[in-house]
Ligand binder design. Structure first.
Ligand SMILES: *Cc1c(COP(=O)(O)O)cnc(C)c1O
Length: 388
């Protein structure tokens, strides 16, 4: 049996996969089992920050692998401690809890918020999130996800979540006034929800309200984090300081790692035994993340903004394209045709893109070579213009 047949028989049927088996890659160029090359504008959903098998990243991973692959969190390991230091120094946060995924990073943030809120008295456990948000697939992070469609088959979900429309400060104020609220959680750019950028005024108003009411501000930077939007974390473009920042996806550049960055309010809420993860902070994943962070310097970030400007210039107002949204290298393109059709035609022409709702979503490597990016943009333009 070939891979496709084996997968269809034995792998849980949770993904409608594209008809392509990827076997290898170099940077932003992937090779399929069909022998064809593809320009990668998806990076495994914002994970392969430096592209596929970047030589220095691979060397950092292999060097750690040859020393020690895992010890459990019952012992000290250097990569984990140094990674926590790097994350705190570059954000001003105080402590980090490491896990393996975005959902787990958010679970930890919710636990930290509920624990912090116990000082306010009984019942202050409500977490407000935004409509159309995405925070993960576990029962609790599904509850946090403000999209009915994801909930329906899995009720009952964890209690204590309320949803409010994005960019509507009066609605948020009213919800806070009428409930015992522990935290508000948000993505500065809603990724899965359709690459929608939150308004600056709304985010600042939310931060002011949270400060005034001693409600924790949780920035879900699972997708927007780690250089993706043109700053190390997306919130840094909004003039706010969250109480908790969660991240995962691109943090270690292709290995499973989640991080919950705790600010001064929540730095001490956890004590031994109150939270944990067997794999969390694994030395190989941590060494990978340390390398990724060392590469996300000012030059890299200005490269992200340069590539972003190129994409906006190239696609905005082009034939067959209704709108272009996003921040940095997290971009949504709304075609006149169906997104599915555009995606399939791009793939046939050697360009891999993703979808978010009715949009095409672009999440290229932060260091995608400009010539490959230009070639891919021309393909997207041709596909979007064809037959409209
Ligand atoms: C992908 C994503 C998650 C979930 O991350 P997993 O690693 O799949 O658990 C949570 N929040 C946001 C904003 C995401 O984009």
């Amino acid at each position: 049996m070939n891979v496709k047949e084996l997968d269809a028989l034995y792998v849980a049927n949770t993904y409608a996969r594209f008809p392509l088996e990827i076997t290898s890659g170099k940077g932003s160029l992937l090779t399929g089992a069909d022998g064809k090359e593809y320009i990668d504008l998806g990076t495994g959903i914002a994970v392969n920050t430096l592209g596929m098998s970047d030589p220095a990243w691979t060397a950092a991973v292999v060097a750690q692998l040859e020393r020690c692959q895992h010890t459990s969190n019952l012992y000290y390991t250097e990569p984990c401690a140094r990674l926590a230091q790097a994350l705190c120094e570059r954000t001003g946060m105080k402590r980090v809890f490491f896990s393996n995924s975005g959902a787990e990073a958010n679970e930890c943030a919710i636990k930290a918020a509920r624990q912090y809120a116990t000082k306010k008295g009984a019942g202050y456990h409500t977490v407000i999130t935004l409509q159309n948000s995405f925070h993960g697939r576990t029962i609790t992070t599904l509850a946090a996800t403000g999209q009915e469609a994801f909930h329906r088959q899995f009720l009952p979900l964890t209690e204590g979540f309320l949803y409010t429309p994005p960019n509507d400060l009066p609605a948020l104020r009213q919800l806070v006034a009428e409930n015992k609220v522990a935290a508000v959680m948000f993505e500065v750019v809603q990724g899965e929800g359709g690459v929608s950028v939150l308004d600056r005024d709304f985010v600042q108003g939310m931060a002011e309200l949270a400060e005034a009411e001693d409600i924790l501000l949780i920035a879900d930077e699972v997708q927007t984090g780690n250089g993706r939007t043109g700053t190390l974390y997306g919130y840094m473009q909004y003039g706010i300081t969250p109480d908790i920042v969660t991240t995962a996806k691109g943090l270690s550049g292709g290995l499973p790692l989640g991080a919950t960055l705790l600010g001064s309010k929540t730095a001490e809420v956890f004590t031994p035994g109150t939270h944990g993860s067997t794999f969390g902070g694994n030395p190989v994943c941590s060494a990978a993340a340390l390398h990724v962070l060392s590469r996300i310097d000012d030059a890299c970030l200005s490269g992200v903004r340069e590539r972003s400007a190129l994409i906006f210039q190239s696609l905005s107002g082009a034939k067959g394209i209704k709108s272009v949204s996003g921040l940095g290298l997290m971009i949504g393109v709304e075609p006149e045709k169906s997104a599915d059709a555009v995606l399939a035609e791009c793939m046939a022409k050697g360009v891999l893109v993703l979808k978010a709702k009715h949009k095409i979503r672009l999440l290229p490597a932060l260091n995608i070579p400009l010539d490959l990016l230009r070639t891919a943009l021309q393909v997207i333009k041709d596909v979007c213009a064809e037959g409209v």
